[in-house]
Design a protein around this ligand. Structure first.
Ligand code: WT7
Length: 648
């Protein structure tokens, strides 16, 4: 790492930042020493309907487990994102929308217009019988109506569950049925990189497996799609004639706000549940401090609303802060590799926040695509979703940011609601590849994976968080026991992140990646168990084991070992079929990069698959496979090594 320079806080930032180095130190200490006092202060960023008395009521101890923040306060998050800005900002831009096709007109929604649309849609949902606590599934592309839908749910206290529009009908059906949602909001089609995504057709296919009462469909591309009488309604008709005012539901701070499904190391995706008050404080605070957000600036988070980054940093965080948030429908390489930077210039974007995978893909295409744009408006860059390798960091810093803009490398998770470890641009010298220091109120620690004892000083271990923070998930929807088991059982009394981490002599944190059976493909989380279960659902497959492999662009790729049924020949045609099969079962993000047919998988005598060995082979680190003496049949490994497919 030493060849990568440490970048001190630039002078402009040192002089002007909201949070400087001294202020960070003072505030951080205060947030840990007296959390009640600290959070009582930060909670003023919310307009409460009823003030809270209790601030923090949390314990990670099994006998006394509870996570409650501001528990006797009430609020409405949509009113916080909209209504309270109206007196000063009704005519100011809330959302800038850039379509997939740059030749088409974009859209601008002011706070006043967004408020009106949210109220109308909220009234429509209410008129349709949707009540506080009901789950509403959202399967929409990156269009302003996605934000309208989220905020309309929040306004009436309905719990939204957004399913990324790249997921398959099966994945959608599973999520609809898990949260027992009886209404789906979708569009005729999505558009990405000039290609149509058949959203309504996917919904129809999903609804062959699980019934719902209502489908509300936005006409986006205008494609002629089949309509089911009585069930399907046009978005425009649904909202038509509804009043432009809608009484916001009074929500308790601990009432659910949304469910978002995410992959774990075992089983099917879990419904991560976030509640209202703590989340509102957390996303507002982190959006302001991490991005040093200033009123009037254009802020662009390039994530999709289907992921938590889109929830917290396209919609809720920025709108809490009265920001101008840019929503982009398209992809980085369409119509060409300059698109991101053209959009930056078109809207004078000040802050740009994206995943390393996109940067690596663009870096490969050469600097010219960047250099032919101005990017003068940029003052801050952000990275999220996966470790950023120092080469990509340097490129982002020097080429995209012209060595002028700090990079905030934000480490967090669907479960954490918002930023947990990140540099603050005015406070911390940057080390390329390090997420640096904890956010206020966050107490990270490294533990020895073997016995769970806390490791001090410069060290490497499993990353845990010692105490609760307001944006923390509260439960796994419908399965509280799974919540406790997944996050609080490995290291009792501590929240286990699933990540490995190193802390250097200067106290900087360096996330090293997942140490459970979760892989990170292009900044998206994928459970190896999910891909395995899709593979074994195919008639030709007897057994499958999936591990991550290093991938230049995606960070990690998907490497699948497959044993076919006894009478099935493992052919090239079958390999292709299985790749398509997984795409159909889960979605394109789960596309296996490598499928290796194996007559058998390496197992212990008790029948447990030895993933450690499979990982080594996938990583092509075959010189040292470690202890193989517990294998039931060592020849299995020899076969795997001999038949390892050539990986480009
Ligand atoms: C996992 C969480 C963060 C929201 C989007 C992804 C990895 C995330 C970083 C980072 C290194 C990172 C971790 C984490 N991750 N950000 N800055 N540096 N790794 O949320 O899908 O819940 O995934 O993404 O492994 O556990 P997610």
């Amino acid at each position: 790492m030493s060849e990568h320079a440490v970048h001190p806080v630039p002078q402009w930032w040192a002089e002007n930042a909201l949070i400087g180095a001294d202020e960070y130190a003072v505030k951080y200490r205060a947030s840990i020493a007296d959390p009640d006092d600290f959070w009582r202060g930060e909670a003023q960023r919310v307009t409460w309907m009823k003030r809270f008395n209790s601030v923090k009521n949390t314990s990670f101890d099994a006998e006394d487990f509870r996570i409650r923040w501001f528990e006797d306060g009430t609020l409405n998050l949509a009113a916080n994102c909209l209504d309270r800005h109206l007196p000063a900002k009704a005519n100011d831009t809330a959302i800038l929308w850039e379509p997939d096709d740059p030749a088409r007109p974009g859209r601008t929604l002011t706070y006043g217009e967004l408020h009106e649309q949210v109220c109308q849609f909220a009234n429509a949902l209410r008129a349709d019988g949707v009540k506080k606590g009901d789950r509403v599934t959202i399967y929409l592309p990156m269009v302003p109506e996605a934000a309208v839908a989220m905020l309309a749910c929040a306004r009436i206290g309905a719990v939204h569950s957004i399913v990324f529009a790249g997921f398959s009908p099966d994945a959608l059906a599973g999520r609809i049925s898990d949260c027992e949602s009886d209404i789906v909001l979708t569009a005729d089609e999505g558009l990405r990189g000039g290609k149509a995504v058949p959203l309504k057709a996917n919904v129809d296919a999903a609804l062959e497996k699980v019934g719902v009462r209502r489908v509300v469909m936005l006409r986006h591309t205008g494609k002629d799609v089949p309509i089911v009488e009585g069930r399907d309604v046009d978005w425009a008709d649904y909202a038509a004639g509804q009043p432009a005012e809608c009484e916001p539901e009074e929500m308790n701070a601990e009432d659910p706000l949304f469910i978002l499904y995410t992959s774990g190391s075992t089983g099917k995706p879990k419904g991560v549940l976030h509640t209202t008050g703590g989340y509102a404080v957390w996303v507002s605070m982190t959006h302001e401090y991490t991005f040093d957000y200033r009123a009037g600036e254009v802020y662009w988070c390039a994530a999709d609303i289907g992921w938590v980054t889109g929830h917290s940093y396209v919609v809720y965080g920025p709108l809490m802060n009265g920001a101008i948030t840019l929503m982009f429908e398209g992809v980085p390489n369409y119509p060409d590799f300059s698109r991101f930077w053209q959009v930056v210039d078109k809207y004078d974007v000040a802050t740009f926040y994206a995943a390393p995978t996109a940067l690596r893909a663009l870096m490969r295409e050469g600097d010219e695509w960047v250099k032919k744009t101005s990017r003068k408006s940029l003052r801050l860059l952000g990275s999220v979703g996966e470790p950023i390798n120092p080469e990509a960091w340097d490129w982002y810093y020097n080429v995209v940011g012209d060595a002028r803009c700090p990079i905030v490398d934000t480490w967090w998770q669907t479960e954490t609601g918002g930023h947990m470890i990140t540099p603050l641009p005015g406070a911390h010298a940057l080390k390329p590849g390090s997420a640096s220091f904890p956010m206020f109120g966050v107490q990270p620690a490294l533990v020895d994976p073997a016995d769970g004892h806390i490791l001090d000083g410069a060290n490497e271990g499993a990353l845990v968080i010692l105490d609760s923070w307001p944006g923390q998930m509260r439960t796994v929807y419908g399965d509280h026991n799974r919540f406790i088991q997944t996050y609080f059982s490995q290291y009792p009394g501590k929240y286990f992140t699933g990540d490995g981490c190193r802390r250097d002599a200067d106290g900087y944190y360096w996330i090293t990646g997942r140490i459970d059976d979760v892989i990170n493909v292009s900044g998206h989380r994928m459970g190896t168990a999910e891909v395995e279960s899709a593979l074994v659902d195919h008639d030709a497959v007897a057994e499958a084991a999936v591990v991550g492999m290093p991938h230049d662009i995606k960070g990690q790729g998907i490497y699948a070992y497959v044993t076919t049924m006894e009478d099935v020949e493992p052919t090239e045609a079958l390999r292709k079929e299985l790749v398509q099969w997984v795409r159909k079962e889960i979605g394109p993000i789960a596309t296996p990069d490598v499928i290796q047919f194996a007559p058998a998988l390496p197992k212990t005598r008790s029948g447990k698959i030895m993933r450690r060995i499979l990982r080594k082979i996938a990583e092509n680190d075959t010189g040292n496979l470690g202890d193989t003496s517990t294998l039931a049949d060592p020849s299995v490994v020899e076969d795997l090594l001999a038949n390892r497919p050539h990986v480009a």
